[in-house]
Ligand binder design. Structure first.
Ligand code: MN
Length: 311
């Protein structure tokens, strides 16, 4: 999926800031509603006050949406640099196609992970098979300097390891959690899980060197006196060794985390870079159909880049 970044992504206001009594910081943000292709999304990340969580730099929660005969998600060919896209579905189906020659349907509980590096083109397409609903999340991971100018790559994982806890379970799609480890590529210390919480409480063990974000997909999560609902991003700062959560109904949420990202990534449109010059070059290269983005033929229209405001 495309996830163009615009100035509106920095406009959301913070609802709550650190309480001194807490061991580490807790912040609760509203998501911003945006439209990507033919789909309405709730953009949880980035925020002006919170650009990254570990190397996670972007999160679009789409659905649940009943399609009523409408086609599934469709986003035409567009480029990326300097990031990995991670697609995770709860319901529905999307076909990923890219300039590496990949053509990969994804179903709930599977991971599509595309590494852009110096440049790649991809599209999200409708399989043509009848699907009744779409629900999922599109995430971006900023690449570190060591790999961000490297070759693009694509991985599909249909066997996702699971960890079980008292009253909870977790599908570990990136990194390690609760004794389960994903085989998917990671370029920085990072974790991503889909957790399911039964009615009652559960305590998750955390890494003290990681910061974490929580996005509820279905149900609601209680943390101390706070309710975290779909449409919120909850942020938990580093130095927290456990996360006690409660649920009044069966609840599914995403927990993403990692070591605080050392660089301040500059995000513009579908590009993650470090400075304006890199963005300007990527813009020009996409507009001139330069070799770095490869070739992808698609029945969907190619997406043209808006001109950077700083050019
Ligand atoms: Mn994309």
């Amino acid at each position: 999926m495309s996830g163009p970044i615009s100035q509106a992504d920095s406009a959301a206001s913070i609802e709550e800031k650190t309480e001194p009594a807490l061991r580490s910081s807790f912040e609760l943000y509203p998501s911003r509603v945006a439209v990507v292709g033919n789909t309405q999304v709730r953009r949880a990340l980035p925020k002006r006050q919170r650009r990254t969580i570990g190397a996670w730099c972007f999160a679009d929660h789409f659905g649940p949406e009943t399609l009523n005969g409408k086609r599934g998600m469709e986003v035409g060919p567009h480029p990326h640099i300097g990031l990995q896209t991670a697609t995770w579905l709860i319901e529905g189906e999307i076909v990923h196609r890219d300039s590496l020659g990949s053509e990969q349907p994804i179903y709930p509980g599977q991971l599509n992970l595309m590494t852009a590096g110096k440049g790649v083109t991809h599209s999200e397409e409708f399989s043509g098979r009848k699907i009744t609903s779409m629900h999922g999340i599109q995430l971006w991971v900023a690449q570190p300097d060591a790999t961000r100018n490297g070759e693009p790559a694509f991985e599909h994982h249909d066997a996702i390891p699971e960890a079980t806890f008292d009253n909870a379970s977790a599908k570990v799609f990136l990194g390690s959690f609760g004794g389960a480890t994903s085989s998917a590529r990671t370029d920085t210390p990072i974790v991503g899980i889909e957790a399911t919480l039964g009615i009652g409480s559960s305590v998750f063990e955390l890494r003290k060197d990681f910061e974490y974000g929580l996005i509820v997909l279905q149900g609601m999560v209680g943390f101390q006196s706070h309710i975290i609902a779909p449409g919120n991003l909850a942020y938990f700062g580093a130095d927290r060794y456990e996360l006690p959560l409660t649920a009044r109904e069966p609840t599914t949420f995403l927990l993403i985390g990692g070591a605080p990202f050392p660089n301040n990534p500059l995000m513009w449109w579908n590009f993650v870079a470090r400075n304006h010059e890199e963005i300007t070059q990527a813009y020009s290269d996409w507009q001139s159909r330069a070799e770095r983005f490869g070739q992808l033929s698609s029945s969907l229209d190619r997406i043209e880049a808006p001109k950077p405001q700083f050019m």
